[in-house]
Design a protein around this ligand. Sequence first.
Ligand SMILES: *Cc1c(COP(=O)(O)O)cnc(C)c1O
Length: 404
Amino acid sequence: MSNHFPVNRELFDDVMVPNYAPSAVIPVRGLGSRVWDQQDREFIDFAGGIAVNCLGHCHPALVAALTEQANKIWHLSNVMTNEPALRLAKKLTDSTFADKVYFANSGAEANEAALKLARRFALENFGAEKSQIIAFKQGFHGRTFFTVTVGGQAAYSDGFGPKPGDIDHAEYNNLDSLKALMSDKTCAVVMEPLQGEGGVVSPTDEFAKGVRELCNQHNALLIFDEVQTGVGRLGELYAYMGLGVTPDILTSAKALGGGFPIGAMLTTNDIAQHLKVGTHGSTYGGNPLACAVAEAALDTVNTVEVLDGVKAKAKLYVAGLNAINAKYHMFSEIRGKGLLIGAVLTEAYKGRAKELLNAALEEGLMTLIAGANIMRFAPSLVIPDEDIVEGLARFEKAVAKLAK
Ligand SMILES: *Cc1c(COP(=O)(O)O)cnc(C)c1O
């Protein structure tokens, strides 16, 4: 009875801080890889809430885990531990290089913890001089002031006053550029094992292995930001497993909760011991609801069927996109790995990714962009093949419209 006002796109401009510019479509429900808006218009979801909805919408295993936990206990604070957090931590450590887990609520917070831990580790082992953090241009690590400054686009961190210091940026896939910045004062190197926001850029094997070697030479920690690549996205549970390079600290969020907010930082015993009691914390970190859902998401994704499915579905996407491109010559490259796929616009269509995204939305398809020139797809890892085929057909209509 209290809803006597229209809830529409105009209301956003009235009541929301203007840091986002959402589309006119307001989805109200979803099932699998289909979504319906307020007018009951149906969309196929190739966006996955920006690589978050790894099991689509309202996956029965996640709904069951959430509702079961909702009827038990919601929140305790870290004054007490809880069963879902312990179960999730056990499963994460059993299935990765890590011995220890710290829970947060987002990717940025997981990275914030990783960076603070790296600084503390270097301080206690080597002294105050060893504080340099090196990240990569075009990298993205979140929007807290520390993480956004570590990110490789100064435009995102400019305009907020003095920045956290001793942060440098090398070029991705350019070992010489990293080598030139590194010394024994380097505390940590932070990298995405495939740049997502920065344009769906894969590291070469040589680069990934070279970064690891340089870190070893200079006693610097290697932090892999797997917020976008983790939990099955690239066809392995974590991307480092496919690269054959093991980081010292790994961060996970996005798909980890399948749509419920959670972040995690994973590391070894030797490093973890430096976050002693009281050095860091979070009210909601390790919240039972979030951990119960994440446990169900991890259990479901970390199976041969789902991970092999990602590889097979990726082939279907790439073949479909290449077929569209053979007709319209709109893309110079289809790239990425697993179900994180980028389609790079040619010079002739430069700067028109947002236009293509909007055209696709009109055809009933939700997509993503990574900058002004790259279309990005990050669908559910279990998207039915027929939804891929139908979604690509809708994408082709949008491409045809833009090509006119
Ligand atoms: C999305 C993303 C983040 C930030 O995660 P939030 O949950 O928005 O804080 C950090 N790193 C990478 C690689 C991401 O893709």
